[in-house]
Design a protein around this ligand. Structure first.
Ligand SMILES: C[S@@+](CC[C@H](N)C(=O)[O-])C[C@H]1O[C@@H](n2cnc3c(N)ncnc32)[C@H](O)[C@@H]1O
Length: 203
């Protein structure tokens, strides 16, 4: 489909996501302040064309995405940052560990089993006090007709209500250390309600 082809190009995705980028960045920064990180190092899973890379200026940054068009362009655009093409549900990172793992708007592309594989797979990648920051959209309410229409046509087929997100995290032994909500706006129109959450493994 034409829409998929446009969004799968780095430029197409950057244009599409530009109106909502800042709100997500602000929410991630808020969670970063709560992490108490010792080392500025982050693993950004489902990093797209490097949407979040700019915010990690001066950090040791590794972005992973399934789409090689995104990771190849990101390598050129963000010199000094690392990007690899790979599947979030089967990460192989040679024992490297991270104090922060960011999952921004990836899991609504994954079914429950894939989410569980991802969440179980990242636990060994966290440093001793490491945290996971997740940003995901919530299923729109039944009377949000426009958003429900857009949800049906989104590339991600797994929007979830709050209790389902929370239960996915809990089943995988990740406890909610902090959470928050915000709304994405496009051209002044209220869009997705987002769930922002800071997770820590049961220690
Ligand atoms: C909505 S985009 C979010 C991109 C970026 N994190 C952002 O916030 O702009 C979802 C991203 O997840 C990637 N993705 C989907 N399934 C994946 C998988 N199994 N492994 C790694 N990346 C995946 C897509 O290629 C896409 O870049």
């Amino acid at each position: 489909m034409l829409k998929e082809r446009i969004l799968e190009s780095s430029f197409g995705y950057a244009v599409w996501s530009a109106p909502v980028k800042q709100a997500k960045v602000d929410a991630i920064k808020k969670m970063l302040q709560k992490c108490g990180i010792g080392e500025n190092k982050v693993l950004d899973i489902g990093c797209g064309p490097g949407t979040n890379a700019e915010m990690f200026e001066g950090w040791d940054y590794l972005g992973v995405d399934l789409n090689p068009q995104y990771t190849e362009k990101a390598k050129i655009k963000f010199q000094g940052k690392r990007f690899i093409c790979g599947d979030a549900t089967r990460l192989e990172l040679d024992g490297e560990k991270f104090p922060v793992i960011l999952i921004n708007s990836l899991m609504h592309h994954l079914n429950d089993q894939e989410c569980a594989q991802l969440l179980e797979g990242i636990k060994p990648l966290l440093t001793e006090k490491g945290s996971v920051i997740v940003q995901e959209p919530l299923t729109p309410a039944p009377n949000q007709h426009l958003m429900r229409f857009l949800m049906k046509h989104d590339r991600g087929a797994y929007f979830r209500p709050l209790n389902e997100w929370q239960s996915l995290f809990e089943k995988c032994g990740l406890k909610i250390a902090s959470d928050d909500f915000y709304v994405l706006k496009m051209a002044g129109i209220t869009g997705w309600q987002m769930y922002s959450v800071l997770l820590e493994p049961d220690r």
